[in-house]
Design a protein around this ligand. Structure first.
Ligand code: SAM
Length: 247
């Protein structure tokens, strides 16, 4: 099988899992994203998940599956923030898949956000994708960002209680924090439940998905704010990791 038909097969398969079929423009943007990440990876080590199914399944499908139910409503306008976005996942994949959304990608590593800015410009997404180079403990205390988002998400950034402290202060009154997790065990569930008490959050739903091509089981934890998150959260830089809200 030549490279082109192999690629088209992978691409078709992932859309079947989502029961959503992107426009030609969205497919082109995703292909360009893969190309631009490959190019940038030659200069800066961003990700090893870049070729074939590593990109289409472990990056794109893994980013999008928690939003499977929203993707067929392309007019949906969400204000999204991705915390610890790295080279743009899950936030940038979601921004491409939801063209009426506005997305902020936050990471404290300027090496990564510099590359991301160049990629966003080349994809012509500057009007609705914004990059912020900062620790989220600071962003979460900034009035411009606090209590502003419909969706605050994070993948592979920290343990669940720490993530909850990063994400909940960013939510508006109907917003959802989306915690991307691989395995999800009882101990983690109990720790998150404890952390949600001072943060005034509650677990809404836990969804599971088996990624194809042996890419493993994924869990996603949807959390909402039951009341406005108290002003003291997130605490100062480093405290949510060193002293998570689990006791
Ligand atoms: N979310 C991406 C993914 O799933 O591929 C990247 C994951 S990478 C393992 C974790 C990223 O989180 C790193 O780029 C790191 O700089 C960022 N990060 C960790 N703690 C952070 C914080 N407190 N504020 C902002 N960024 C943070």
């Amino acid at each position: 099988m030549d490279q082109k038909s192999n690629f088209e097969k992978q691409e078709d398969r992932i859309w079947e899992y989502l029961k959503w079929y992107p426009s030609m423009q969205q497919v082109e943007q995703l292909k360009s994203l893969q190309f631009l990440l490959k190019e940038s990876n030659k200069q800066v080590n961003l990700t090893r998940l870049i070729e074939g199914n590593d990109f289409w399944v472990s990056q794109i499908l893994d980013s999008l599956w928690p939003f499977k139910n929203d993707l067929n409503n392309q007019n949906k306008s969400l204000n999204i923030i991705d915390v610890g976005t790295g080279c743009g996942f899950p936030g940038l994949a979601l921004a491409i898949a939801m063209p009426n959304s506005s997305t902020t990608l936050v990471d404290s590593t300027s090496k990564k956000t510099t590359v991301l800015k160049e990629i966003i410009e080349k994809l012509n997404l500057m009007s609705r994708v914004h990059i912020r180079t900062e620790r989220i403990e600071l962003t979460g205390q900034n009035r411009q960002f606090r209590h502003k988002y419909d969706i605050a998400l994070a993948r592979a950034v920290a343990k669940a209680p720490t993530l909850a402290e990063y994400l909940i202060p960013l939510l508006n009154s109907t917003g959802k924090a989306v915690l991307y997790k691989g395995k999800w065990c009882k101990e983690e569930h109990n720790e998150l439940t404890k952390a949600l008490i001072p943060l005034k959050g509650q677990i809404e739903e836990i969804r599971k998905f088996q990624l194809p091509k042996s890419r493993g089981l994924r869990n996603v934890i949807f959390v909402s704010a039951s009341e406005k998150c108290p002003d003291q959260y997130p605490r100062s830089i480093g405290v949510p990791v060193k002293n998570p809200l689990i006791s």
